[in-house]
Design a protein around this ligand. Structure first.
Ligand SMILES: Nc1ncnc2c1ncn2[C@@H]1O[C@H](COP(=O)(O)OP(=O)(O)O)[C@@H](O)[C@H]1O
Ligand SMILES: [Mg+2]
Length: 138
């Protein structure tokens, strides 16, 4: 089956000072495809992920999302970031909000969904991971 590419990285390079973290990275991730990147701690996995929504700028190479080059900055970049999700290794939840409110926060603020729609979808997701019973807990 032909791959419908959603993320494409071509000859991507990045250094932190003298440390060459991303070396000629070529990676294609197809629409609907699930890819696991495995490697030792410090090998650049997180840097690779951060490069995809430009949390880290790269020095050379091309990154295409759905066929479009990553915008440099401004409105277009903000729009792109609203579409590229990332769960950080040490993520934080808001302690003063319920589980449901934490899950609905991004759809409400970033995607401008109605509370009703956001909460409905959040409940479906919580149900899927067996956490619906805890939705109203902080
Ligand atoms: N902001 C940064 N400044 C300098 N060095 C960094 C920075 N972020 C990561 N590094 C270094 O780059 C390398 C790759 O880090 P990282 O992408 O976090 O690896 P991984 O996620 O595979 O553990 C490590 O040696 C790390 O110390
Ligand atoms: Mg990491």
């Amino acid at each position: 089956m032909a791959v419908d590419p959603l993320i494409e990285m071509r000859d991507v390079n990045k250094h932190y000072g003298k440390l060459h973290v991303l070396k000629d990275i070529n990676l294609t991730v197809g629409r609907g495809e699930v890819v696991v990147v495995i490697g030792p701690s410090g090998s650049g996995k997180s840097t690779l992920c951060r490069a995809i929504n430009r949390l880290e700028p790269v020095e050379s190479g091309t990154i295409l999302l759905d066929g479009h080059p990553l915008p440099d900055e401004g409105r277009e970049l903000a729009k792109l970031r609203a579409e590229v999700g990332m769960v950080f290794q040490s993520f934080n939840l808001f302690a003063h909000k319920t589980v449901l409110a934490n899950v609905s926060l991004a759809p409400l603020k970033v995607r401008k969904r109605s509370r009703e729609d956001a909460d409905r979808r959040s409940r479906e997701l919580l149900e899927r991971v067996g956490l619906l019973a805890h939705a109203t807990r902080r």
